[in-house]
Write a protein that binds this ligand. Structure first.
Ligand SMILES: [Zn+2]
Length: 156
């Protein structure tokens, strides 16, 4: 095997592949505010981007099956590909379970915590900032639809 012969996909080719995959797997997204307890106070520290996909066609009914794990992994690839360089984030591990989506359809969820840092501290208390705008633009580019749940609301 020769590493030299390996051709890295261009960004566009990767986007095309992710877009095709997302469409085939009916991936949708939602963004919610992410809270943690800081000094005994519930404090927003960023946002959670959650991608969801109905139970994959190849699934044998077990949410812990290989096909479900692959679906979760690919959604993680999509989510991370949307984050601007330098973004501080955490991909939540696969929980190996179905969640009830619209019409009680079982679906898999992938959540990425997008965390505020020195680069963009305003992620911690507001919505509609640069990172979120870029992520949402990326989702539109991949033609991934937003879930019907209410979007992120501005702070009180
Ligand atoms: Zn499965």
């Amino acid at each position: 095997m020769s590493a030299e012969s390996a051709v890295l996909p261009t960004r566009t080719a990767l986007q095309d592949r992710l877009k095709t995959w997302a469409r085939a797997h009916r991936v949708r997204w939602e963004m919610t505010r992410h809270f943690e307890i800081v000094h005994d106070r519930k404090t927003q520290v960023g946002f959670d981007l959650t991608l969801s996909a109905p139970r994959p066609a190849g699934c044998d009914g077990d949410p812990g099956c290989l096909e479900c794990a692959r679906t979760h992994e690919e959604m993680g690839r999509i989510a991370v590909s949307l984050l601007p360089p330098g973004t501080q984030y955490d991909v939540e591990p696969f929980d190996g379970s179905f969640h009830l989506g619209d019409c009680d359809e079982p679906e898999l969820l992938l959540t990425v915590e997008i965390l505020a840092d020195a680069r963009e501290p305003e992620l911690a208390d507001c919505s509609g900032r640069r990172t979120l705008a870029l992520v949402e633009a990326g989702l539109r580019c991949l033609e991934i639809r937003q879930k019907s749940t209410p979007p992120v609301r501005s702070g009180r």
